[in-house]
Ligand binder design. Structure first.
Ligand SMILES: [Zn+2]
Length: 324
């Protein structure tokens, strides 16, 4: 099977400093030359985030097939050498302690994209499952710093009003690193057409995820994912569409920090399984979906150039523009 080069704008490994990243070979086997992995959500204490960064960085330096992204040139190197370039993303900015200088620091440690709120609102921004008062004055200083550090400004997990505020305010293109259209699945973590159009208008890219809860299919089938991409292509053009699979390696390995209440961050009233509900109803599409989707796009009349753009070239070009 012919591999299409993949840019995965967001997937997850356990938030454990000693996690062995050799599992990421699976992404390379499915065509990936870049992956952004999460180093923490709004509920992750800063001390844990620092340990996780340290652990991941050490592991990346020790594994020959992985390459830590320090600059855009590392992406080119990974592509040329058949390696997987890895950078980090932060899901919610609570751990920054409202300090723009913390963005400077995280940028130096390998973070390349940040969104301000994880489902719940905080002092910077509104979350998608909370009362959303919009981007605050403190939040604007963090957007300024994300822009100044040439990181991707992400609006995943962000509330409607805040996302519109950020897209109006940011001086750089804004991305949705992992988010799907609400027109195909009515869930408040998904995005209205108005938001998707606004994202494209900033010059950004909407990367769809493979999480069943946010798709029309309980098993995140290749068909449902291609359908989702196709909806976006019709709405905003293929140049603005990508993938942020949100696959979770070894899910369930980390249990969250002490006192962690899953139902606060993933509220059952928004369709998440309630605590103690053993039957997990969420399915995460594996990286092998990248292999399965290719022929489905061809069946729909997509050219090889369009398929390559959606699989990775769009995000590659955006990174070249924003990070350089
Ligand atoms: Zn997420």
């Amino acid at each position: 099977m012919r591999l299409v080069p993949v840019w995965d704008a967001h997937s997850c490994v356990p938030l454990l400093a000693d996690y062995d990243l050799s599992s990421l070979q699976r992404h390379i086997d499915c065509g990936a030359y870049y992956i952004s992995i999460n180093i923490g959500m709004d509920f992750t204490p800063l001390a844990d985030i620092v340990q996780i960064i340290a652990g991941y960085r050490k592991c990346i330096s020790e594994l020959d097939f992985l390459l830590q992204v320090e600059s855009f040139a590392d992406i080119e190197r990974a592509r040329a050498e058949g390696k997987l370039a890895v950078s980090f993303d932060l899901e919610g900015a609570v751990s920054l302690g409202e300090s723009p200088a913390m963005v400077d620091l995280l940028a130096k440690l390998g973070v390349r994209q940040i969104h301000l709120a994880y489902n719940r609102s905080n002092s910077l921004a509104g979350g998608c499952h909370d009362k959303d008062l919009g981007l605050t004055a403190k939040g604007r200083t963090i957007v300024d710093s994300i822009n100044a550090n040439k990181l991707f400004m992400d609006i995943s997990h962000t509330g409607y009003r805040t996302s519109m505020d950020i897209m109006a305010y940011s001086k750089q293109p804004v991305i949705i690193s992992h988010g799907n259209p609400r027109a195909l699945k009515d869930h408040s973590r998904n995005y209205l057409d108005e938001q998707l159009l606004a994202c494209a208008a900033t010059g950004g890219v909407v990367c769809i995820n493979g999480v069943s809860r946010f798709l029309s299919d309980a098993h995140s089938s290749a068909t449902s994912m291609v359908e989702t991409v196709d909806y976006l292509v019709q709405l905003i053009g293929f140049e603005h569409v990508g993938f942020g699979l949100d696959f979770v390696y070894h899910s369930g390995l980390d249990k969250g920090p002490e006192g962690f209440d899953p139902s606060h961050w993933w509220p059952p009233e928004h369709g998440y399984p309630s605590a103690g509900d053993g039957s997990s109803s969420t399915y995460f599409a594996p990286p092998e979906r990248f292999l399965e989707m290719g022929s489905l796009f061809e069946d729909r009349g997509y050219t090889q150039g369009q398929i390559r753009a959606i699989y990775g070239e769009n995000m590659y070009q955006l990174a070249q523009k924003v990070w350089s």
